[in-house]
Structures are given as structure tokens and as C-alpha cells.
Design a protein around this ligand. Structure first.
Ligand code: ZN
Ligand code: ZN
Length: 280
């Protein structure tokens, strides 16, 4: 079984009820944070997961809403790990990730100095290992494997989706993307697909061009559902709702997805949890 928790179902627009994009994946005793939008660590704390308890941080891309909490995560995973010689935090993302992590550590350079000066048992900056990939296997530990493939969120590039497999169960995390062949291949036959969903039917009527621009590099609810159908997944999990799902409108979103996909459809608020089992 792989357990998916939608830590943050929001978007770049601050929302009192939705944290920024972030999904927790628990598989085979390992814990993966996929993207770390605003408020991700607070939501993770709500399900008993701390920054120091992560097996790895997986980043689909470097848009601000997906990495807003990176600085807090890098520092907090360091200062809350009380092991004598903790292993480095594993960060896996597309090319550009190492530069972003290095620049973030630089931004927190004063903080890191203060803490090393103050605590006898902190003698070095946060131990972090960054791995950049656009394709192929990126993780193989204790029965959990992770594979990535390119997605299409241009002009944001490169961007990647993740496929996590454990004990015969597979979950694909697409991130922000328009439908594309490489995502179809990555998701083929998976038990569940977690996908960003944009209401293009609503955004198309917003007068600001900058809001309408959001449509051309994301999938609509129907497009995400069509991807799920082509890939033959059993469960579609929608997240990163733009605009936020208004109270009482969940069924409307679900119906749009059901117009293209006949499997199980999951959506909801932050901390919505989905257990993914291998299909019978
Ligand atoms: Zn994005
Ligand atoms: Zn996004």
C-alpha cells in the first residue's frame, strides 16, 4: 500500500484554507515530500511527519509555489535532527535544483552561522545531497523504487514527474503539465495518478491576461482525467486547484473529471488522504 496525503492543495494565490502545492507519499516505511509549497511543513506536522523524518524531497519543478518552503525545510531538517551524524537530506529534482538549493543556503547563511556558533553539536552547514534528473530511475532503497520522466510545463523547463513503486503498488505524481506522451508512458498502468487541475472554463473569463496565461501550461480537470484514462490508472487524485474548490463545488469538479475518466476520483481539502492498493 502507498499512502498519499495532499498536504497542500492550493496554488500561488495565498488561501486561508489551503497550503501551497505539496504531497506526502508514504511507501514501504519511507516518507517522500513531493514539492514544498507554502505551509507544507505545518501540514506535515499535522500527520506526524517532521522535516528530519523525510527519506527525500522530490521536486517536480522550480516554480515558486512548489518551493516556497524550501528554505524552512533545509534549515528545519538540519536543526531538528538530533542524531550524532545524520545522513544528508536527499533532494531530487530537475536540473537547476542544485543551484536553487545552494542559493537558498546562501540566503540563510547568517542563520546557519548563528546556529553553528551557538550549538556545540552543530559544526557544519546542513548536510544536503542534490540529485538532478530528467529521466530514468532515481531511487532504489529497501524495496522502494522511483523513476522520473519529463513533463511539459513550458516555458518552465525542465520539469519532471515521479513514479513511486513499492510492494506491487505504483503512484505517479505529475506536477504541473499539459498532456504529453512522456507523462502517458510514465503513468501507464499505475495504480494512481496525482495531477494538478486547472478550471480553464472559469479562468478563461477572468479579465486579467496574466490569469488567463495560467491555462496554456497546465492541464484542465478534463485533460488530467483524460491522461488518467489513457494511462489506464485505477485512481485519479486531483490537487493544486486553480481556482480553489469553493464550498459545495466538489461534485462539479468530480463530474468534469468523470466526463473523461471512469475510475476512482479523489479530491478534497488539505490533508485529504488516499490509500492506494495494488489492483486485484
Ligand atoms: Zn508550475
Ligand atoms: Zn504550480
Amino acid at each position: 500500500m502507498i499512502e498519499i496525503t495532499l498536504l497542500g492543495t492550493g496554488s500561488p494565490i495565498p488561501d486561508p484554507n489551503r497550503a501551497g502545492p505539496s504531497t506526502l507519499v508514504r511507501a514501504g516505511g519511507q516518507v517522500f515530500l513531493v514539492d514544498c509549497g507554502r505551509g507544507a511543513l505545518q501540514r506535515a506536522a499535522a500527520v506526524g511527519v517532521g522535516a528530519a523524518g523525510l527519506s527525500a524531497l522530490l521536486l517536480t519543478h522550480l516554480h515558486s509555489d512548489h518551493i516556497a518552503e524550501l528554505g524552512d525545510l533545509l534549515i528545519t531538517s538540519w536543526i531538528t535532527n538530533f542524531a550524532p551524524d545524520p545522513p544528508p537530506l536527499q533532494v531530487i529534482g530537475p536540473p537547476g535544483t542544485a543551484e536553487t538549493v545552494a542559493a537558498t543556503l546562501k540566503a540563510f547563511g547568517h542563520d546557519i552561522e548563528y546556529r553553528i556558533a551557538h550549538h556545540d553539536d552543530l559544526n557544519a552547514p546542513p548536510p544536503i545531497e542534490v540529485h538532478e534528473y530528467t529521466d530514468g530511475q532515481v531511487w532504489d532503497r529497501d524495496g522502494v523504487t522511483i523513476r522520473v520522466a519529463p513533463t511539459d510545463h513550458r516555458p518552465v523547463a525542465p520539469t519532471i514527474g515521479f513514479r513511486v513503486e513499492s510492494a506491487g503498488t505504483s503512484v505517479v505524481l505529475a506536477g504541473d503539465t499539459v498532456p504529453c506522451e512522456t507523462l502517458d508512458e510514465l503513468a501507464a498502468g499505475a495504480d494512481a495518478l496525482v495531477h494538478t487541475a486547472i478550471r480553464k472554463d472559469i479562468l478563461a473569463h477572468v479579465p486579467q491576461q496574466r490569469v488567463q496565461d495560467v491555462c496554456d501550461y497546465h492541464s484542465s480537470v478534463q485533460e488530467a482525467a483524460a491522461t488518467a484514462a489513457r494511462a489506464g490508472v485505477a485512481t485519479l487524485i486531483l490537487t493544486h486547484y486553480v481556482p480553489a474548490i469553493a464550498p459545495g463545488q466538489e461534485e462539479q469538479w468530480r463530474a468534469l473529471a468523470a466526463s473523461e475518466f471512469s475510475g476512482r476520483i479523489e479530491l478534497g481539502d488539505d490533508l485529504h488522504r488516499v490509500e492506494v492498493h495494488p489492483r486485484q
